[in-house]
Design a protein around this ligand. Structure first.
Ligand code: 5GP
Length: 207
């Protein structure tokens, strides 16, 4: 981590991995004053629980393509059939005075790591696929088709775990939040941070 630059925190997980709730809780901590959550652009349909400009900036695919052509994104990717991208100007503006937190899929995380030096990447590992399925069905935002798409992509997403600096086990919200806060606020180096993700669990998930 470069102490002179503001940080780019990247968090990824399979869909239903519990990123959003953890981020919400992290940002309530008074130490999060210097962290701003980035709002991405997407072509996905808005969910009834979401607000345009707050959860995402929802745009049509032709507008998204134009933004790609204009070089407006620092990264973008197609995820579960929709496009998602991080705006360059918005990111630069935030980084002038704050750390930024990006919620990205693995493709976005890869590309941000390649482009910037001051990146801290975190991957949230579920205790089982059943757990993802349960969280997605309780959330109730996805059609059967989208749910299947998301669940069937989970293994591929988890297989990228080695690329991340930190692994957090999301078996229990409070424990995962403590781990997340330790990484973000206590700035423990990856070698100092004791992950609760075991090689046994990874083997089971990737078998
Ligand atoms: P959802 O449709 O559930 O909101 O998001 C689907 C996936 O897209 C999640 O893995 C989320 O982290 C990822 N995502 C959200 N915004 C961006 C972005 O700007 N870029 C990339 N690469 N992925 C994103």
């Amino acid at each position: 981590m470069d102490k002179n630059l503001n940080n780019i925190f990247v968090i990824s997980s399979p869909s239903g991995g519990g990123k959003s709730s953890l981020i919400e809780a992290l940002l309530l901590d008074e130490r999060a004053e210097k962290i701003k959550l980035s709002v991405s652009f997407t072509t996905r349909e808005i969910r009834s629980s979401e607000k345009n400009q707050k959860d995402y900036i929802f745009i049509k695919e032709d507008e998204f393509m134009k933004k790609i052509d204009d070089g407006d994104f620092i990264e973008y990717a197609k995820v579960f059939g929709n496009f998602y991208g991080t705006d360059k100007l918005l990111t630069e503006r935030i980084l002038k005075s704050k750390d930024i937190l990006l919620e990205l899929d693995w493709q976005g995380a890869f590309s941000i790591k390649k482009t910037f030096k001051n990146v801290v990447s975190v991957f949230l590992i579920p205790p089982s696929y059943k757990d993802l399925e349960k969280r997605l069905s309780i959330r109730g935002t996805e059609s059967d088709r989208s749910m299947n798409l998301r669940l069937s992509a989970a293994k591929d997403e988890i297989s990228r775990y080695k690329f991340y600096d930190y692994l957090i086990l999301n078996d229990n919200f409070e424990s995962a939040l403590i781990d997340f806060k330790t990484i973000i606020f206590e700035k423990k180096s990856p070698s100092e941070f004791k992950t609760r993700v075991t090689s046994d669990l990874l083997r089971k998930l990737l078998d």
